[in-house]
Write a protein that binds this ligand. Structure first.
Ligand SMILES: C[S@@+](CC[C@H](N)C(=O)[O-])C[C@H]1O[C@@H](n2cnc3c(N)ncnc32)[C@H](O)[C@@H]1O
Length: 234
């Protein structure tokens, strides 16, 4: 029916049959050029994005994907590193509230008393990879049926892979380890960043066979997280 209204999506942007993504990380593709224009206009695009009035440093298409993922997985616990103003934690907590299931623990090295309170959110202040932080989160996730992890703190490769090693094991089979901002370091934005989340993902996949990239969640073509949605399969 929709194909009759809009035409079947078979153009450049359609997902490749082998499950490859839309090529957003290729800066010359249409999605890649849009991603660069969008990212580089940050002050009026992703930096000026709010959820219920709280700044949320996300692309709205990715937020919609989070809603679909949370609905699909129904996590009992979502672990987020990198709270910033609390917008993404608040967003995920609101989705959990609508589903009647799930809590969020959000970690940031910086305290910020203005982060929005929500009955389903617990903010933890401290370095995400400090043993006491990791131990606290391990304790909170013990015995949970489904756990999802979102890494969105310090985007340098060394830190991201440390977080992946620390928190990857908490992700339950069928759930996701989401590595934010794999788009930086030229995939296709911020070419001069240096090794970042994408490079951490590639190294991590080589050492942990329990995870695979699930490019279905890149279906809207534009994402800050190309190859960043990792499904735990084993
Ligand atoms: C990109 S922002 C998070 C954005 C937020 N998730 C959102 O979508 O609105 C990154 C945050 O990571 C925090 N951060 C940086 N290094 C960290 C570390 N080692 N441990 C925990 N948080 C860290 C920063 O203080 C900052 O608030």
């Amino acid at each position: 029916m929709l194909d009759r209204l809009y035409g079947a999506s078979r153009g450049r942007g359609a997902r490749a049959p082998d499950g490859r993504g839309h090529g957003v990380e290729d800066g010359e593709s249409v999605p890649g050029r849009f991603a660069r224009a969008y990212y580089e206009s940050g002050e009026t695009t992703w930096k000026d994005t709010t959820w219920l009035g709280v700044q949320t440093l996300k692309c709205p298409l990715d937020l919609w994907i989070y809603q679909e993922l949370i609905h699909a997985v129904r996590p009992d616990l979502i672990v987020e590193t990198g709270s910033w103003r609390g917008g993404s934690a608040h967003f995920m907590a609101c989705i959990c509230e609508l589903l009647g299931r799930g809590d969020v623990v959000s970690i940031d090295i910086e305290p910020d008393a203005s982060r929005p309170a929500h009955a389903r959110v617990r903010y933890v202040v401290g370095p995400s990879t400090a043993p006491e932080t990791v131990d606290l989160v391990r304790g909170l996730s013990a015995g949970k049926g489904a756990v999802m992890v979102v890494l969105d703190s310090d985007h340098r490769k060394a830190h991201v892979i440390e977080e992946m090693r620390a928190y990857g094991g908490l992700v339950t089979v069928g759930s996701y380890l989401i590595v934010e901002d794999t788009c930086i370091n030229g995939h296709p934005v911020e070419g001069g960043f240096g090794p970042g989340p994408m490079e951490a993902v590639e190294e991590f996949l080589g050492e942990d066979p329990r995870f695979e990239v699930d490019r279905r969640w890149e279906k809207f073509m534009m994402t800050f997280n190309p190859r960043g949605f990792l499904k735990r399969t084993g």
